[in-house]
Design a protein around this ligand. Structure first.
Ligand SMILES: [Zn+2]
Length: 271
C-alpha cells in the first residue's frame, strides 16, 4: 500500500497555501529549480515550478518531460495542474473554469513520449484525465460555490503566439472548448510515467475572432489571479478528502500500469 502524494503543476505561488514548507533544490537545464514540499490538511504536497527557476519561462521552453520525471522522483503519485486558456466558444466566457476531460493535440514537440528506441509501448488515452481526481475537483468547486464546468476539451498548441481566427474556428469545429500551450504534452508524459493527472483550466481570454480587438497578454493577467485564488480554495477541499488515502483506494479508470510493454511481442513478429 502506498500513500498518495499530490503534485501541483502550475505556479510556484501555490506553495503559499502549504504548511511545514521545505525547499528542495533540483538541477535542471534552465538552472536550479526550487521545489516546495509541505502539507495541506495533512496531505503531503509537492509544488513544482512548471515555468522554471526564472519565472516566467515561456510555455514552448518548458521541458514537460523533465518536469514529470522530477515529480516522479519525489514520490508524487497524483498531479493536479492548472492551465490558463483561451475560449473557443462564446458560450464559455472569460472567467469560466473547466475541469478538463479530453484533449486534441496540435503540438509539435519532438519527443512527446518516454518510450524511445527499443523501450516502446502504447498507452490507452480514451480518457486522458484521471476520473477520480476530476470527480474530486468537480465536487470541490461545488463545495466552494464556484460554478465550474465539469468537462471540457483542450486544444493543445505550442505557442507562444496566439491563434489565428481560422485556427480558433477549426479547433471549435473539431470539438475543442479551450486552447492553451501547457497541458500538452505534459498530460501524456504523466500517464506514461504512471501518474494520475487532472487539470483545471481557467479561461483568461476569448479566442481570436471571438472578441472585438487583438489579444494582449496584460489583459488576462488580472483574470489569472482570480483563477489562482479559486484553485487554491478548491485544493483546500480536495486535500481534505485525499489526506491519508492510499493509491489502491483511488478507484479511478486510469490504466493500472505505466504502459503496456510490447517489445517482446514486436520481436516475436519481426523474426
Ligand atoms: Zn487515475
Amino acid at each position: 500500500m502506498t500513500v498518495r502524494v499530490l503534485g501541483l503543476l502550475g505556479s510556484a505561488e501555490s506553495a503559499a497555501i502549504l504548511s511545514d514548507i521545505e525547499t528542495l533544490e533540483h538541477p535542471s537545464a534552465h538552472g536550479t529549480l526550487l521545489i516546495r514540499h509541505g502539507y495541506l490538511n495533512g496531505q503531503e504536497v509537492v509544488v513544482f515550478p512548471r515555468s522554471g527557476p526564472r519565472h516566467p519561462l515561456p510555455a514552448h521552453s518548458i521541458d514537460a518531460r523533465e518536469n514529470i520525471q522530477i515529480l516522479k522522483s519525489y514520490g508524487v503519485t497524483d498531479v493536479i495542474s492548472s492551465g490558463m486558456t483561451g475560449s473557443l466558444r462564446p458560450s464559455i466566457p472569460v472567467g469560466s473554469v473547466l475541469v478538463l476531460d479530453q484533449f486534441l493535440d496540435f503540438t509539435r514537440v519532438p519527443r512527446p513520449t518516454f518510450f524511445d528506441d527499443d523501450e516502446f509501448g502504447f498507452v490507452d488515452f480514451s480518457e486522458p484525465f484521471c476520473s477520480r481526481l476530476r470527480g474530486d475537483l468537480v465536487a470541490g468547486f461545488r463545495d466552494i460555490g464556484v460554478p465550474a464546468i465539469p468537462s471540457g476539451c483542450y486544444a493543445g498548441v505550442d505557442g507562444p503566439r496566439f491563434e489565428t481566427s481560422a485556427e480558433v474556428r477549426m479547433f471549435a469545429q473539431l470539438g475543442g472548448d479551450v486552447v492553451g500551450c501547457t497541458v500538452l504534452p505534459e498530460c501524456v508524459y504523466a500517464r506514461e510515467a504512471g501518474l494520475h493527472y487532472a487539470t483545471v483550466a481557467g479561461v483568461v481570454n476569448l479566442g481570436a475572432g471571438l472578441q472585438a480587438g487583438p489579444l494582449h497578454a496584460p489583459d488576462w493577467l488580472a483574470m489569472r489571479e482570480e483563477h489562482m485564488a479559486s484553485i487554491a480554495a478548491v485544493l483546500d477541499v480536495v486535500t481534505k478528502a485525499m489526506a491519508g488515502s492510499q493509491t489502491e483506494q483511488r478507484g479511478c479508470d486510469c490504466p493500472p500500469i505505466a504502459y503496456e510493454r510490447v517489445r517482446d511481442t514486436a520481436e516475436a513478429i519481426s523474426v
